[in-house]
Design a protein. Structure first.
Length: 191
């Protein structure tokens, strides 16, 4: 279990980093200290116009897909997905380290965006619990290319980067990914 705690510690640091970057972008007022943050749509060049910090809020799921009144279900799904991924990561002790790294990244990203969806509406007095918007701010331009009517990648955040990284890692080691039944001891190992 010692190695599993290391994965959770790294996940915790990624979640903190994700939240700190979002709070810096969105702004805050804490203990009398106010940081204005970006105004919605503000863009600051990081590497020319190729990579910019551009503040947008995502009211729904990936790529800004909206759910309207059904947003509560998306937020609740985020909570259960985060809990399920945490349980799965905990149970992966002794399995392939790249599987654990992939799940750790997906878990951190899921929890990072879940915090926005569940709590940011209340924290920023914009909406009720479970109706917050996800803060996105990293914009990558696709120079001189138009792909599916896009001139840049969808704006994303650290949590999105973590989820994408985890999925890419798991694509390479998918054959080592144990089923839930195997982890629970229901399915016998053929190893």
């Amino acid at each position: 279990m010692k190695k599993t705690k290391i994965y959770f510690s790294i996940a915790f640091l990624l979640i903190i980093f994700d939240q700190l970057t979002k709070i810096v972008v969105k702004g805050f007022n804490l203990f009398g200290f106010t940081h204005k943050g970006f105004y919605l749509g503000e863009s600051i060049p990081v590497i020319g116009e190729t990579i910019t910090f551009t503040f947008v809020e995502n009211p729904g799921a990936a790529f800004g897909l909206e759910f309207g009144a059904a947003k509560i279900f998306l937020s609740l799904f985020s909570v259960f997905a985060g809990a399920g991924l945490g349980w799965y990561l905990w149970k992966l002790e002794g399995y392939n380290k790249f599987v654990r790294i992939g799940i750790m990244f997906i878990f951190s990203g899921a929890v990072g965006n879940m915090i926005d969806r569940v709590f940011y509406g209340v924290i920023y007095s914009e909406s009720s619990l479970f109706y917050g918007k996800v803060v996105d701010f990293i914009r990558v331009d696709i120079p001189n290319i138009e792909f599916l009517n896009m001139t840049h990648w969808p704006v994303f955040n650290i949590a999105d980067f973590c989820v994408s990284s985890g999925v890419i890692i798991l694509l390479f080691v998918h054959d080592k990914l144990p089923s839930i039944a195997k982890i629970r001891g229901i399915e016998k190992s053929e190893d």
